[in-house]
Design a protein around this ligand. Structure first.
Ligand SMILES: C[S@@+](CC[C@H](N)C(=O)[O-])C[C@H]1O[C@@H](n2cnc3c(N)ncnc32)[C@H](O)[C@@H]1O
Length: 277
């Protein structure tokens, strides 16, 4: 009986520690997790536990709360995020960007932000679409794309511009040939000129300070808002509004509406919003 109680006590402690990790993820990054994701998240966190040779979830929670263990924090953030992405994701939205938004953008100095870019597929996809529509020389001289993500692991990967086949297999083959170099072993590297159009940095969308040197003409914020509760979603779309040029666009996904968040964005169509001039 005593042994059983000991095990039960240990389980309760680990449950408590799990809750503390969830609280940390929510406070620092605005991420919320439904109960049905618990087992998966614990699996991912346990791998981090093993990697850092930590004895328990409680030990992890202690260190996260101390806020000084950068590598461990980065690993937990990475374990807690879904980084699934690929080139030319959601053609309907990309087509709108190409046909309606791009022609409205200035001739010079175009700035686009791929917020929550994950491995950078979205940033490079936008660079390719713009280069195809306005010419590669124009893109090299007039286009800047910033890709950001809270996970430093994916940002480091994005900066290399190297992708496996699963990332590029939905894109038209002629574009793959034009903008990538095949490295062998199913690996492709984005061509240097295209790589220079995109810059990558880590950035937490929960942050209070959206400090950028210049406002953006278009902000893509796709497949990330569902991590956040309503209050955080509202914060993110308001903060993006402030760093967007008048008449600029916010692009979410067809399925992710920000209409009911009571923000100043003007609804254009599903997944497309505009800032008033
Ligand atoms: C599913 S990916 C979306 C990638 C890309 N936007 C797309 O649609 O293909 C979601 C990304 O959001 C990032 N993310 C989650 N919380 C974040 C936060 N608070 N700030 C910035 N990025 C965050 C994750 O690290 C992950 O890479």
């Amino acid at each position: 009986m005593k042994e059983y109680q000991k095990i039960l006590g240990a389980c309760e402690l680990e449950d408590l520690a799990y809750q503390r990790i969830l609280n940390w993820l929510y406070d620092q990054y605005g991420m919320s997790y439904p109960e049905n994701k618990k087992n998966l998240l614990i699996q991912h966190i346990s791998r981090v536990c093993k990697f850092f040779d930590m004895p328990s979830l409680a030990a992890i929670a202690d260190r996260l709360e101390l806020n000084g263990y950068k590598d461990l924090q980065d690993a937990i953030v990475h374990a807690a995020t879904t980084n699934h992405t690929y080139f030319f994701r959601e053609p309907l939205i990309l087509n709108y960007f190409k046909e309606i938004i791009l022609p409205m953008l200035p001739k010079e100095g175009v700035r686009i932000w791929s917020a929550a870019t994950s491995f950078g597929d979205e940033a490079f996809t936008l660079a390719i679409i713009a280069a195809e529509a306005r010419g590669f020389i124009w893109a090299k001289q007039n286009l800047e794309i910033l890709g950001t993500d809270v996970s430093r692991v994916v940002i480091a990967s994005a900066a290399t511009g190297i992708y496996s086949e699963t990332h590029v297999d939905k894109m038209p083959i002629e574009l793959l040939e034009r903008y990538f170099v095949y490295l062998g072993n199913g690996q492709f590297r984005v061509q240097d000129d295209l790589r220079h159009i995109c810059k990558f940095h880590s950035f937490n969308l929960k942050s209070e300070n959206y400090l950028f040197p210049k406002a953006f003409h278009v902000v893509f914020c796709r497949n990330v808002l569902y991590y956040f509760d309503r209050a955080h979603q509202r914060h993110v779309v308001d903060a993006i509004y402030k760093v967007t040029e008048p008449g600029g666009y916010l692009v979410t996904c067809v399925a992710m509406s920000v209409r009911d968040l009571d923000s100043r964005w003007i609804y254009i169509e599903n997944g497309i919003y505009q800032k008033a001039y």
